[in-house]
Design a protein around this ligand. Structure first.
Ligand code: 5GP
Length: 209
């Protein structure tokens, strides 16, 4: 069985990356989305063990000390991380894993020379991102917080060219199709094709007799 691939998807807050990856996972067999650990509190609509593994600061720190995270970062004042044992388990079972993480996490994985395929999702424009963030936050978010998110978006987009693939989220279905194409293309690379394809190639080798 081939080892599953590791994908990273990053995008500024408000780009809709989680929705895109949820749809990708529904469309393509044997792709799973990794569930991160976070020290932030669950929002009313979120479920522990579904949206995130919600843990307290103390447990987060002990996981950091024990080297259990493939990557972790402080994002908007809270800590988020990916457990290496989670991605390893899925990949060993032949499933491709998608991490929906921020640019700091993506950088750490690249620096650790882990085999990874990175995808950056861009909003259609700066203006559109601002509009989406205002619409999403309603009256709960202060102007200052909104400005902070937009400032972070500027910094994140500045790193987008370090990624392997760039996709613009103008239309959800179209964008999911592009993500699907990336996954399928990566699976067809010579270095990762599964045993079935290797057997076909082997059968063409001249026999010694
Ligand atoms: P939220 O709190 O809105 O769910 O997520 C805030 C940010 O944290 C998002 O940009 C998301 O991509 C990022 N994030 C979620 N999980 C992880 C993780 O495991 N590692 C890193 N580095 N970032 C994460």
């Amino acid at each position: 069985m081939r080892k599953g691939l590791l994908f990273v998807v990053s995008a500024p807050s408000g780009t809709g990356k989680t929705t895109l990856v949820e749809k990708l996972v529904q469309r393509v067999p044997d792709v799973v989305m990794s569930r991160s650990y976070t020290s932030r509190a669950a929002r009313p609509s979120e479920i522990n063990g579904v949206d995130y593994n919600f843990i307290d600061e103390k447990r987060f720190s002990s996981m950091v000390s024990a080297g259990q995270f493939l990557e972790w970062a402080n994002v908007f004042g809270h800590r988020y991380g990916t457990a290496a044992s989670d991605t390893d388990r899925e990949q060993r079972q032949g499933r491709d894993v998608v991490l929906v993480i921020d640019v700091q996490g993506a950088r750490q994985i690249r620096e650790r020379a882990v085999d990874v395929i990175t995808i950056f999702v861009l909003p259609p424009s700066f203006r559109e991102l601002e509009r989406r963030l205002r619409q999403r936050s309603g009256t709960n978010v202060t102007e200052m917080k909104l400005r902070q998110r937009l400032e972070t978006a500027r910094e994140e987009v500045a790193e987008s060219t370090d990624y392997d693939y760039l996709v613009v989220n103008e239309d959800v279905d179209h964008c999911v199709s592009r993500l699907q194409s990336i996954v399928i293309s990566e699976r067809l690379k010579t270095a990762v094709v599964d045993a079935h394809v290797t057997d076909i190639v082997a059968a063409f080798r001249p026999s010694d007799s």
